[in-house]
Design a protein around this ligand. Structure first.
Ligand code: PLP
Length: 397
């Protein structure tokens, strides 16, 4: 089945005059989200605490997990929603380390998102310094996987450059070396085809407010391979991951399978937004979404390299090594991005010099790309980025 991208675009609310190339950071709102949240609000209003049972709020993290599972090549019952991605990184990593007790090294790469590295550092400290986080250049991950490594903590698509790791190859190498894998799908889920089961991944985590459009602060997800589901022991052992939360036992017993990875009370309103957003993915073939994204990316790269040649491409040219974003370097990247945003082309900036543009075909088309290139070329030709107001750094870049 082919995706009708124009029909998909109509499902999203995009403000007039905005070309939104930042869905890789915060996805836009589906038009049905406000009504779905209003419905959850009405449940709260009328059912009060009865909503946990009557409106199915307590079952929502697993029900949504099954919907997300379809998008990442995971079987039903292997994914659960909740908390934020940083928390889920910790949860997966701690479990994986415990399952490989003779080894002391966590392997990650310098292209990983800092929060993943910070969580790993914090975990090493909690484990009394017995563990060590080793980070290598993204190109060196494969060769750094040896028999000292307990767990790899790798984000499939680099948040800065858009460079994509080969999940299948790395997982295979890891397993040959007796290493467990934690995959971060923050820039993969909803952007490209992911086959967790096929790749044999051990653990995976990701967020839903980027490509899955659940809104700011939307819940994260965690996947545990079925073969580990009954042995993985969560370090963040909250009551909702307990086998019987409402038995109120004094000590923790892990819940069944993926349920044990839950921590605390789910964010019901935010889950309602995610549920609405996931409707847009019904019947969508992610291979086709990714192919269309690559077409849009190629159009953008060609346009920028022709018309704004002082920008340097930071993203690999090979389609096999790309996610759903394109990044360019420029020493004045921050000011250039602010000038673009002032003209309605919204991307973002990542220190020290990266301008980042996401190409999400469900709501971005060729016409948007052509217009974005034109506006960027104009800003570079006239140097209109060179103004004090564009150099004032905001809290969020
Ligand atoms: C966006 C992102 C995060 C953010 O974590 P939160 O806890 O949701 O704020 C973490 N890791 C990666 C790889 C990301 O891209």
């Amino acid at each position: 089945m082919t995706v009708d991208f124009a029909a998909k675009k109509a499902l999203f609310h995009l403000p007039d005059g905005v070309i939104y190339l930042d869905g890789n950071s915060l996805g836009p709102m589906v038009k049905t989200a406000p009504a779905r949240i209003a419905q959850a609000m009405a449940e709260w209003q009328d059912l009060l605490i009865r909503g946990w049972n009557k409106a199915g709020w307590m079952a929502q993290p697993a029900a949504l997990g099954d919907r997300v599972a379809k998008l990442i090549g995971a079987a039903p019952g292997t994914v659960v929603l909740g908390d934020t991605l940083s928390i889920k990184v910790y949860q997966a990593l701690a479990s994986a380390l415990e399952m490989n007790p003779k080894r002391r090294v966590i392997l990650s790469d310098t292209g990983n998102f800092p929060s993943d590295l910070y969580m790993a550092e914090g975990l090493c400290r909690t484990l009394c310094g017995q563990y060590r986080l080793k980070t290598v250049a993204p190109e060196e991950v494969m060769s750094a996987i040896d028999d000292t490594v307990a767990v790899t903590l790798i984000t499939e698509v680099d948040y800065r450059t858009g460079r994509r790791h080969d999940m299948t190859d790395i997982t295979k190498r890891a397993h040959e070396m007796g290493v467990l894998t934690v995959w971060d799908l923050a820039h993969s889920a909803g952007a490209l085809p992911v086959d967790l089961a096929g790749a044999g991944a051990d653990f995976a985590v990701g967020c839903t407010y980027k490509y899955l459009n659940s809104g700011p602060g939307g819940p994260a997800f965690i996947y545990v391979a079925p073969r580990h589901a009954e042995t993985a022991r969560p370090a963040l052992s909250g009551w909702l991951g307990h086998a019987e939360p409402f038995a109120f036992d004094l000590s923790y017993r892990p819940g069944q399978g993926i349920e044990r990875m839950r921590v605390g009370t789910p964010a019901v309103l935010q889950m309602a937004a995610l549920d609405a957003a996931l409707d847009a993915w019904d019947g969508v073939d992610l291979a086709e979404v990714h192919r269309q994204s690559l077409r849009l990316q190629d159009q953008f790269i060609k346009g920028v390299e022709t018309r704004a040649p002082t920008l340097q491409l930071a993203t690999p040219r090979s389609h096999l090594m790309r996610g759903s974003q394109v990044s360019f370097r420029h020493p004045e990247g921050y000011a250039i991005m602010q000038a673009l945003i002032a003209e309605g082309v919204i991307g973002d900036f990542r220190a020290p010099d990266i301008l980042r543009f996401g190409f999400t075909p469900l709501y971005i088309d060729e016409d948007d790309v052509a217009r974005a290139v034109g506006i960027l070329a104009k800003i570079m030709d006239y140097g209109s980025w060179d103004k004090p107001e564009f150099k004032q750094r905001a809290r969020v870049t």
